[in-house]
Design a protein around this ligand. Structure first.
Ligand code: ADP
Length: 919
């Protein structure tokens, strides 16, 4: 039994070993065994298949011998650790070299072997060839990396959405940028979250169609960015499975930029088209005269069908006189002209006359090369016609326009203009044709619309006259002021309104100006210190300023409407009425009407007032106006002065009388002297010298006093000094005359005869006497001196004679004229001085030439005079050998006549020195 048992056990063991061996050798992995020193002790036959070696070739080697050097080192270290630990080890990847040199990657698992005493014997190992798997893995890795790069760097946005949940799984940086979300945020979103609401329905159906694989491209889709803005995208879709789930991979392309560019092009194109088709007929012609583009306007201008112009030469459509000449626009443009303009007047196009301006410009290719011309046609037919019509109508109506400046109009009851005369052009800027059949109200200023409309309605209803002022828009856009007057008429059985429209713009402006200036003047009036008043023709106050109120002491309410008589006494009121009546009748103004007025408080005041008429706009007198000044104080001062003057006069008179008496005495005294003895002349000469010296001093000093040389004189002093001066002068004159007479008498004076021009003498005398007769308003006439006369005489003395006579004539004449008459007879030159003065009573005829004798009349004695003038004159005439006489009639005038003999001749002897000269 024991033997059998063992045998059976052995048998069983062998069987099991065999089974194991077959198993080991059947599996595709390579099984091996190494001892404690890692030396192969068993190799399964699979090694041949995997590494190309027969097992016997490897037995006795180590696993490391089959590896590349670096790998052997790495794996050796690992084995060392395993050996030390004596533990199993799984799935170590190691690289081995096939017998033919290629690399084989094994996945190695080992298990330690122990003997029955648990002594370490080595390892069992199993190597699985994972080379292919590794290679696939590597490839996958590479492709993954490639894809990831693509995914990460793609300019297109990539968004992956789970088909079932419609939520996003992946998003690349581009889509994140496009939509403004981070990847994490996007991963939480639903497809519907990134599109605006109005496209959601479409988005879902698009997504589903893509999921079903029916559609790949979704064009022009709006996407909603995180910031709320919309971007436009084109989505290209692919379906795929990721991690076992079906997904839509969307590739998003931002088409905004493209869309923008496209839009711009579209816009520009349409704009160009509009421009091209818009205003004028246009055509583009190439260098061969072919029409290469024409616009709609061009076609309609030339009555062409849509494409009719193409294929035709320009001159086949419109042959002008410039075609084939040097004036051809093409020629000029090609030669370098930038623009050619020319005018066509009345060209016949399909039976109608047209006028237009053609403008030709170069047509250039994008390189700037001129390849043809662009021509535009501006139709001026209408404006030409209008111009012509205007000219004609202007001519036709020029007379009328000259006469009437208003528009004659006719409108129907709705305001529609049925007729406007030509003045509408002058006034409104429109030709009548432009306005006829339009509504008058259309251009009326909105502010006046209601007024005019009401006016028309009232005219219709009450049949009364339309009379409306309103503003109307001129063709130039400005509003002008018009005034319409008209009435209802029946024309062709229809009721219409007809009348005239007047331009009152100027008037209105004037009104405004007037109002402004009135305001200004009122402002001034209120501010002046003088009173200003306006009264109506009945004398009631209708306007006045503040100052006027103050002058009279009334309040404004009290004074308004009050009659001027109310603040004057009866006599004053009568005087005022007379003066106002004078102004009313003569239309003259008054400047200083002085009135005594009674203030409200009873005080009497003097007013000086100006008075002018007030006219209304038609020139009718409606009242009076004036400026008033209170002159009460001034008047008082004047009265005082007057009184003072009167007193002074009295005093002066007394003085003058005294002086007169003194003079009389002096005269008597002198008379006696003159009549006395032979020593008279000597005496006189000495005396007069003695007399004249103090007189000179008196005159000199009084002059000095009068000029204020010793300080200002008071009024009294002034008057006295003046009296003193005139008396002294008088006496001086007298002494001078006396001296002259005495000198003549004593033969101490002689003539200085020479050729003397009468005209010269008269001229010199005139300037001396002139102030006197012009003061008295006397005329001075010269007769008989058409040509100058040269006579022989002593010019100084002749002048003295004439001055005396003319002086007297002026002195003793109050009105009329003085005439100087020059005559001659055979022997004499005859001089006459004629006046229209007081004349001389016959009884004084004898004394006129006597010394100190004057006519004894009140008038004569009121005038200064010595009574010596004529006696001296007589002597001077006699000295010349002539005679003097006079004729006179009391109250009519006097004529003094003297002669100078022609026989006088210029002596050759020496001039005798005059005594006068010594003085
Ligand atoms: P006087 O004029 O200084 O008094 P005249 O000797 O010149 O002296 O004149 C003497 C008088 O003759 C005057 O006082 C005057 O009465 C009178 N007389 C002289 N000339 C005229 C004259 N042209 N008309 C009137 N009377 C005259």
């Amino acid at each position: 039994m024991e033997k059998n048992e063992r045998k059976r056990m052995e048998e069983a063991l062998r069987e099991s070993e065999e089974k194991l061996r077959v198993l080991v050798e059947a599996i595709s992995d390579w099984i091996w065994e190494v001892d404690q020193n890692t030396i192969f002790t068993y190799i399964s036959p699979k090694v041949k298949h995997l590494l190309g070696y027969a097992p016997e070739e490897i037995i006795g080697k180590t696993p490391f011998d089959l590896m590349p050097l670096e790998e052997a080192e790495r794996v050796g270290k690992i084995f060392q650790k395993i050996t030390e630990a004596q533990e199993p080890f799984a799935r170590l990847e190691d690289i081995n070299l096939h017998k033919d040199g290629h690399r084989v990657v094994f996945e190695t698992s080992v298990m330690p072997i122990f003997d029955s005493n648990r002594g370490f014997m080595g390892f069992w190992g199993i190597n699985r060839d994972i080379t292919e798997q590794k290679q696939t893995e590597q490839k996958l890795k590479e492709s993954e990396a490639k894809n990831r790069t693509l995914f990460e760097t793609s300019a297109e946005g990539i968004l992956v959405a789970d088909i079932e949940t419609m939520k996003f799984n992946y998003a690349n940086p581009s889509i994140c940028r496009m939509l403004g979300y981070s990847e994490e945020e996007l991963k939480k979103l639903h497809v519907s979250d990134i599109h605006p609401k109005y496209v959601l329905e479409q988005v879902i159906s698009e997504f589903e169609a893509q999921a079903r694989g029916e559609k790949e491209l979704a064009q022009n889709f709006p996407c909603l960015r995180k910031d709320g803005n919309i971007i436009w995208v084109e989505i290209n879709n692919t379906k795929t499975v990721i991690n076992g789930r079906e997904c839509n991979v969307g590739f998003y392309r931002d088409i905004i930029a493209r869309k923008k560019a496209e839009d711009q092009i579209k816009y520009a194109h349409s704009e160009l088209n509009q421009i091209f088709n818009g205003l004028f007929p246009m055509c583009v012609i190439d260098k061969n005269y072919n029409n290469i583009r024409v616009n709609d306007r061009f076609n309609s201008f030339y009555n062409l069908k849509k494409d009719e112009a193409y294929g035709k030469k320009c001159h086949e459509i419109r042959k002008g006189h410039r075609c084939f000449t040097n004036e051809c626009t093409m020629k000029q443009i090609i030669e370098g002209k930038e623009i050619v303009n020319y005018e066509i007047d009345k060209e016949l196009i399909k039976g109608k006359e047209f006028s237009f301006i053609i403008t030709a410009l170069p047509y250039r290719n994008p390189d700037g090369e001129t390849i043809g011309v662009i021509e535009t046609f501006m139709d001026t037919t209408e404006s030409k016609k209008a111009e012509q019509r205007l000219k004609e109508s202007k001519e036709k109506y020029s007379n009328l326009i000259n006469d009437i400046s208003d528009i004659i109009f006719r409108i129907d009851l709705n305001g529609i203009i049925k007729y406007f005369s030509q003045q509408s052009y002058e006034i409104l800027g429109y030709l009548p044709e432009e306005l006829i059949d339009t509504n008058l109200l259309k251009k009326v200023h909105p502010d006046d619309l209601l007024k005019v409309a009401n006016n028309i309605r009232e005219t219709i209803e009450s049949k009364r006259e339309i009379n409306a002022d309103f503003k109307y828009q001129h063709k130039n856009g400005h509003y002008i002021h018009l005034s319409a007057k008209g009435r209802l008429v029946i024309k062709n059985g229809k009721e219409e309104i007809t009348g005239i429209i007047t331009d009152i713009t100027k008037k209105k402006k004037m009104e405004i100006k007037l109002r402004e200036s009135e305001k200004k003047y009122r402002g001034i009036l209120e501010n002046i210190a003088e009173g200003y008043f306006e009264i109506d023709l009945r004398g009631n106050l209708i306007f006045f300023n503040e100052s006027y109120l103050n002058l009279l002491g009334y309040s404004r309410e009290e004074l308004l409407g009050l009659n001027y008589r109310k603040f004057m006494d009866e006599q004053g009121a009568r005087h005022a009425f007379e003066r106002l009546n004078y102004v009313y009748k003569t239309e003259n103004s008054l400047n200083d009407l002085q009135l005594e007025v009674i203030r409200k408080d009873g005080e009497k005041r003097f007013h000086q007032t100006s008075v002018n008429l007030i006219h209304d706009s038609r020139g009718k007198i409606i009242g009076f106006q004036g400026i008033v000044r209170d002159i009460t104080e001034k008047k008082k001062a004047e009265e005082l002065e007057q009184k003072f003057k009167e007193q002074l006069e009295d005093e002066v008179q007394i003085r003058t009388k005294e002086l007169k008496i003194a003079l009389e005495q002096q005269k008597l005294y002198l008379d006696q002297i003159l009549q006395s003895s032979h020593i008279k002349d000597e005496f006189l000469a000495t005396m007069s010298h003695e007399l004249r010296t103090p007189l000179n001093a008196i005159i000199g000093f009084t002059d000095l006093l009068l000029e204020g040389g010793y300080g200002p004189l008071n009024r009294d002093h002034l008057e006295f000094v003046k009296d003193i001066k005139s008396s002294a002068e008088h006496q001086f004159e007298m002494v001078k005359d006396i001296l002259d007479i005495s000198k003549i008498e004593s033969g101490k004076i002689s003539l200085h005869l020479q050729e003397t021009s009468i005209k010269n003498i008269i001229e010199q005398i005139k300037s001396t006497v002139n102030p006197d007769y012009s003061k008295k308003d006397l005329k001075f006439e010269i007769k008989g001196l058409k040509n100058d006369k040269l006579i022989v005489a002593d010019p100084i003395k002749l002048k003295e004679i004439l001055i005396h006579l003319l002086d007297n004539a002026v002195k003793y004449t109050t009105k009329g004229k003085i005439t100087f008459i020059f005559k001659e007879d055979k022997e004499n030159w005859i001089f006459k001085v004629k006046d229209t003065g007081i004349g001389i009573d016959k009884k004084y005829f004898d004394i006129i030439f006597k010394e100190f004798k004057r006519v004894d009349s009140e008038y004569v004695s009121s005038l200064p005079g010595t009574g010596l003038g004529l006696s001296l004159t007589k002597r001077l005439v006699a000295l010349h050998g002539g005679t003097i006489s006079f004729t006179s009639k009391l109250g009519v005038g006097s004529t003094f006549i003297f002669t100078i003999p022609k026989s006088l001749s210029i002596p050759s002897g020496k001039k005798v020195e005059s005594f006068l000269d010594i003085l």
